[in-house]
Ligand binder design. Structure first.
Ligand SMILES: NC(=O)c1ccc[n+]([C@@H]2O[C@H](COP(=O)([O-])OP(=O)(O)OC[C@H]3O[C@@H](n4cnc5c(N)ncnc54)[C@H](O)[C@@H]3O)[C@@H](O)[C@H]2O)c1
Length: 270
């Protein structure tokens, strides 16, 4: 078991990709701190980990609040004895995030607070704990849209994820010699509540064709695929890989005649 004796904190682990990562990490022997603002979802993840024979605890956390994130890190150290893996995964994708002209400033601020500042705060409070533990691994969830753009207007979301990529590379360089690796994960579309809301009300995003052009529902990735993808996993656990961006194998890329098409991206590592 590759994470035997390690303590991993996962934000947004009360649902979707974060929950699957909690189960996967626990299955590899880690004790997992489930940090989420949704107590019911977080407790359900703790039960799922326990049912599979793993160990996890829940700490109610708002990643946009410095005090709340500080308390979550303290929970990891006081309850479990340290922190070795920090997975900054929580994110939001609100309906009223659209194009630059129509997106309200309040929506821009909220998306930045959770998706970008939330990762910054995780690192701000988590890195000292990783250093106290003698080093460790930071994984930050961005998105394929940060590199490719999205057909759906979602300017705040896309910009926030671009910030996550840039910040991750910077952190990887700063801490490379102190035993901390930082890498970013760029999932493609994954079948989680975050995307299901969009599919349930495509009109809110300009109609079904605009919302997910060229992507049939049955082709959506299941949520457990992201943390399990072999090449992502191999790269992220490799002891010398830092500052990398793990890509989906297939994503939506711009095409002059059709707008957007599903294509294998040649730069993909997924
Ligand atoms: N689903 C996709 O298609 C997709 C694609 C690319 C990237 N992502 C990214 O993957 C990450 C996980 O997304 P998911 O699809 O599993 O979504 P999800 O909605 O299933 O889970 C997100 C979790 O984050 C939590 N959360 C939201 N705001 C929070 C806050 N302020 N503090 C603490 N927790 C908070 C939610 O309660 C929820 O449990 C996000 O960063 C998302 O942007 C998702």
């Amino acid at each position: 078991m590759r994470l035997e004796g390690k303590i991993a904190l996962i934000t947004g682990a009360g649902s979707g990709i974060g929950r699957e990562a909690a189960k996967l990490f626990a299955g590899e022997g880690a004790r997992v701190v489930v940090a989420d603002r949704d107590a019911a979802g977080g407790e359900a993840t703790v039960r799922a980990v326990a049912d599979a024979g793993g160990e996890a605890s829940f700490v109610e956390t708002d990643v946009a609040s410095s005090e709340s994130v500080r308390a979550a890190i303290a929970h990891a150290e006081e309850r479990h004895g340290g922190l070795h893996v920090l997975f900054n995964n929580a994110g939001i994708f609100p309906d009223d995030d659209g194009d630059p002209v129509t997106t309200p400033e309040s929506v821009w601020d909220r998306v930045m607070d959770v998706n970008l500042k939330g990762v910054f705060l995780g690192c701000k409070h988590g890195i000292p704990a990783l250093l106290r533990a003698g080093g460790g691994s930071i994984i930050n969830t961005a998105s394929f849209v940060a590199v490719m753009g999205a057909a759906t207007a979602q300017v705040a979301y896309t910009a926030s994820k671009g910030g996550v990529l840039a910040m991750t590379r910077e952190i990887a360089v700063i801490y490379a010699r102190q035993g901390i690796r930082a890498n970013a994960l760029c999932p493609g579309p994954v079948n989680t509540p975050l995307l299901q809301e969009l599919l349930a009300e495509p009109e809110a995003r300009g109609g079904p064709r605009r919302a997910l052009p060229g992507l049939r529902r049955r082709r959506l990735r299941q949520r457990d695929i992201v943390p399990r993808r072999r090449r992502h996993h191999r790269r992220l656990r490799h002891s010398r890989v830092a500052g990398s961006t793990a890509w989906p194998a297939v994503a939506l890329i711009p095409h002059p005649s059709a707008g957007f098409r599903r294509r294998r991206d040649p730069r993909s590592h997924g």
